[in-house]
Each structure stands twice: as C-alpha cells, then as structure tokens.
Design a protein around this ligand. Structure first.
Ligand code: ADP
Ligand code: MG
Length: 374
C-alpha cells in the first residue's frame, strides 16, 4: 500500500523562497514513486496553510512553486475526537481513498529556517501524532541555534572557532563598549551572524573596527541573538548524514565561493558564485576522519533522520572545525545534500524514500514507550 506523505512547504521564514524551490524538486521526485501517495500543503508568508492539488503543482513548469489558494481543507468530522490535525487527515484520506491515522502519514516538511526547521513545526507534529522526517523538536531546536550547537560540539571534544553570543537586549541596554572590546579581543577578521538563521542572511565579514557596529546592527535586524566569531582561513567541507541516532555519512563535498565568503548571492543567485566539488579533494585519511567527526557531531547534537554538517578545514593547520548543521538542508536538484548522496551511490528518489521510512520508524519507536508507569 502506498505510504501517505504530506509535503509542507513555504512558511514564514526568510528562507520561504528557497523552500518553494526545494519543494518543487521533492514533489516532482516523489510523484514518480508508486509507493507514495502525495498530499501537499503550502504555508503562505502570513502563516496560513493551503492544501494543494499535487497534480496541478506537478504540471507547473516553473522552478519556484506558487502557493495556490483555491482549495480548502475538508470540514472536521465531528465523529472524530477533537484534534487540530483532523482536517489534514481528512484531506490525506481523500487522496489515498482509505482510513488513516496521523501516525500513518509521514509529513515531509520542506520548510527551511524559522518555524519550519527550528522545532516549532516538529512540536506540532509530535503533539498531533504525525510521523515526520528529520530530527525531532529538540534536535531541530539545537541545530537551529548556532550558540547551543557549538557549546554541545565543544563538550563532545570537537573544535569550533572562538566565539561568543550576545542578546539584543544586552547590546542596547548595558554593554556596547564591553561587547565591542570582547569582539576586538577575538581578533580580525570577525564574522558577525544571527544565531538562528541560514542562507547567510544578515552575516558580515568584518576586517576593520569601524565596520563592526554596523555589522552587529545588521545581524540584530534578523535575530534577537547574534554570534561574533573569529574568521578562519579555511576550506569549506560539507557532509550529509542519514539514519537513526547513529547515521550513515556520505562522502564529503567542498564549496569554493568566489566572493569573500559563501554569501546568499553565491548560494542562490549567481551562477558563478561558488563551485561545488563532490567528492572533495582531500586525502583518504582526512576523509575518513571528517566522516567520523560527522557521526560524533550528529550524536552530540541529538539528531535523527537527516542533517548536513558543515566543517571548516583550516588551511594552515589542517584542523577541522565544526561550522554548523542544517537539519532541513536545501533540496533542489543542484543542492549539496542530494548531490553528496548521489556521489555516495544513493539516488535522490531512494534517498527521499529512506527519509520517509526513518520518520515512520521514529513514530514506531515512540509509540512503543510506556507512558503509563505500569
Ligand atoms: N568563523 C568563520 N570563518 C570563516 N568563514 C566563515 C566563518 N563563519 C562563517 N563564515 C563564512 O560565512 C558563510 C555563512 O556562515 P554560516 O555560519 O554557515 O551561516 P549560514 O547558516 O547562513 O550558512 C560560511 O559558509 C563561510 O563562507
Ligand atoms: Mg552555512
């Protein structure tokens, strides 16, 4: 029997647009699988949920999917116990022509960033009993917060660039001078970045003291907490992880940004902004080592299902530093996560199916727990 899979995309995040692109790839790949019965919901920029007609979406030839607003979820069935997910279940039941429970439905969220990747949506899916891909509420929240993830990584004995985090309230009320001094103590160049964003939004590389305040102000436009960290002279190495709590790890890939660093423009807008080399040109020993580090990082960050883990390889020392984790990495045909798996012998369609199976498996693991103290 085909597994009911609900793709959710869009969302109220600065990465809305990227999500619509990832969804295009995922929906079109999943539509070709006979073992998947696909439903789709788009979340618009105001946060409203819109069920989609999957056939109609697939027939659109554009790269970035629109969110259509001409369908409505079925009214709630009064015979079912009250549950905010009831209307979603009814929608999926219609598509699959059979009775379903939330746990039978695997939600495949493609909602990068705020509210979709940070544990909020995962919490809703836990509460309502859906299966879903990727890390749970805790793993997603940890992965989203660059300060907390780095603290856990350090605790596991792995390297991170020297850094500290500051809240906007502190910056505006008590401590501009002490914060600026602490930043200067880290030494230039510095990177100033929002704690919980992605896609390089709000990030600056600062090489002179006079640019520091405006870089901090910019990062605070996007987040209440920012990180200031030492800029390292590095190569950027990324790996994909897939599995239960102890994952399989792909071969590494290398990003070569042509700009000063790997900016939003280089990631998404410019055809020449970055080259991606898979597998990365590093020796076999370094490759084995960074794959081992990736498993350790995945465990330290309480992850499950999938993650892309990004490392800095310091040029002068050959040391690996953890940079960040993406628990819902970009998912277009040219994105790193599927490409890394392809280079490791796993095609995208099989990869998506494995992600779904892992989501269903976690729900089984959770349902087998004793919640009654008996
Ligand atoms: N400490 C650092 N040293 C060197 N380069 C950095 C550092 N921090 C960030 N960068 C550069 O900025 C890019 C974006 O930073 P990152 O922390 O990965 O944010 P995002 O979550 O937006 O991808 C990195 O890919 C890298 O090119
Ligand atoms: Mg990054």
């Amino acid at each position: 029997m085909a597994t009911p899979v609900l793709v959710i995309y869009g969302g109220q995040s600065s990465e809305h647009e990227i999500s619509c692109r990832s969804a295009n790839f995922i929906i079109k790949t999943l539509r070709n699988r006979a073992d998947v019965c696909l439903g789709v919901i788009g979340i618009d920029r105001e946060g409203a949920w819109h069920p989609q007609d999957p056939k109609k979406l697939v027939s659109l030839s554009q790269e970035t999917l629109p969110i259509l607003k001409d369908l409505r979820l079925p009214e709630e069935d009064p015979g079912k116990s009250w549950n905010p997910a009831g209307r979603i279940v009814s929608y999926m039941e219609k598509l699959s022509s059979r009775a379903l429970n939330t746990k039978d439905i695997c939600v495949f969220m493609v909602t990068h960033g705020t509210n979709g990747e940070d544990g909020n949506l995962q919490g809703f899916l836990e509460l309502t009993g859906f299966s879903y891909i990727g890390p749970d509420t805790l793993g997603s929240a940890i992965g989203m917060d660059k300060e907390i993830s780095k603290i856990l990584i350090e605790r596991a004995g792995l390297n991170v660039a020297p850094f500290f985090a500051v809240r906007r309230e502190k910056w505006s009320s008590i401590g501009k001078d002490s914060i600026l001094k602490a930043a200067l103590d880290l030494g230039f160049p510095l990177y100033v970045k929002p704690a919980s964003l992605g896609s390089s939004v709000g990030i600056s590389k600062v090489s002179h003291q006079q640019e520091l305040e405006s870089a901090i102000a910019l990062a605070f436009e996007f987040d209440e907490k920012i990180l200031i960290e030492t800029g390292l002279d590095i190569r950027e190495i990324e790996l994909a992880a897939l599995g239960t709590y102890i994952p399989e790890v792909s071969r590494p890939g290398e990003i070569n940004a042509t700009a000063e660093f790997y900016t939003f423009e280089a990631k998404y807008l410019s055809a020449t902004g970055a080259t991606i080399q898979v597998p990365a040109a590093i020796d076999a020993k370094s490759e084995a080592y960074v794959r081992e580090l990736t498993v350790k990082a995945f465990e330290a960050l309480q992850l499950y299902g999938i993650a892309r883990i990004d490392w800095f390889l310091e040029k002068k020392t050959g040391k690996f530093y953890f940079n960040e984790v993406n628990t819902l990495p970009g998912f277009t045909s040219i994105s790193q996560y599927p490409k890394l798996w392809e280079a490791s012998g796993l095609d995208s369609s099989t990869l998506l199916r494995k992600m779904i199976d892992l989501g269903l498996k976690r729900r089984e693991l959770r349902n087998s727990l004793n919640r009654n103290q008996k």
